[in-house]
Design a binder for this molecule. Structure first.
Ligand code: GLU
Length: 289
């Protein structure tokens, strides 16, 4: 990477160590790398190992190795350190707790006792005008536990034991200019409902952790897969509630298999490991993007 770095560009790679990286991840991460390089900026690697039940240290080691093998370099990360360490989400709980407490104090979140089953039952009778959630997206919360008015609560000692949901401003259009997908717009309360920021099993939810970390690590541009477009709208609401800046967004097109299905970690034959074992060189893998 360049010696003199452009401090006004900070990008990130944010893989989750829940399986082996596949061709789809590789293409997205390569795009993130190229954009950071073109800007002469800094690229950060953040290990998104929040979910202890699904994350494994061997996958974390494999993802770093696979990305390096592919030719991607980062300036800051769990293996090289940096000014915003630690770069593993499992070691950043204090920051997430602080943000959760601010959300409670500000009346932006409320506790929810609904189980997944309760929500699935309510979601099977969709209300008119409510978009059906995408398969991999958070189900639309019907609002069972939502207090009638915004309530500023005393911050409990711990968020554990309850789900904590962000109260979305119903009917508000969240619009952004995606640098790859163009202008995108989602309506709060229609395209997505009150989403979880802290899970009852005491794990901070993805939306909260990503917003806290992108702000704390001074990320200026988020490059990731287009499956997270709607999450960008949720994240922008959280950024506003927490008084954090909104980064620029560049959502890459998703890679699909021959049946048109989005690649997932179950497509082991397209994992970087498997392609490498089959004798492909990094440049040959990149030629498939
Ligand atoms: N860790 C997330 C994933 O692997 C990506 C989060 C993000 O880029 O915002 O899907």
């Amino acid at each position: 990477m360049n010696q003199s770095l452009n401090p006004s560009y900070r990008g990130r790679l944010a893989p989750s160590p829940t399986g082996h990286l596949h061709l789809g991840h590789a293409r997205t991460f390569w795009a993130a790398y190229e954009r950071a390089r073109a800007a002469g900026g800094v690229l950060v690697l953040r290990d998104e190992d929040l979910d202890a039940a699904r994350s494994r240290p061997e996958f974390a080691a494999a993802m770093l190795e696979d990305l390096k093998w592919l030719g991607i370099e980062w300036r800051e990360g769990p293996d090289v350190g940096g000014p915003f360490a630690p770069y593993r989400q499992s070691e950043r709980r204090g920051l997430y707790l602080e943000a959760w407490a601010r959300l409670v104090e500000g009346g932006h979140v409320y506790p929810c006792v609904c189980s997944r089953k309760d929500i699935a039952r309510a979601a099977s009778a969709p209300h008119e005008g409510q978009a059906r959630p995408a398969q991999d997206d958070e189900p639309h919360y019907p609002g069972t536990c939502r207090p009638a008015v915004e309530a500023k609560l005393q911050v409990p000692d711990t968020p554990a034991g309850l789900n904590w949901r962000f109260r979305v401003p119903d009917g508000e259009e969240v619009v952004f200019e995606d640098l790859r997908q163009g202008r995108r717009s989602f309506v709060a309360g229609r395209d997505f409902g009150d989403f979880v920021v802290w899970r009852r099993d005491d794990v901070p939810a993805y939306q909260l952790a990503v917003v806290v970390d992108d702000a704390a690590m001074r990320i200026t541009e988020v490059v990731r897969g287009a499956d997270l477009l709607k999450s960008a709208a949720r994240q922008m609401l959280l950024q506003r509630a927490l008084d954090f800046p909104t980064p620029a967004y560049f959502h890459c097109d998703l890679v699909t298999d021959e049946r048109g299905e989005r690649l997932a970690k179950r497509h082991e034959s397209l994992s970087l490991r498997a392609l490498r074992a089959a004798g492909l060189a990094p440049a040959e893998v990149r030629a498939r993007f």
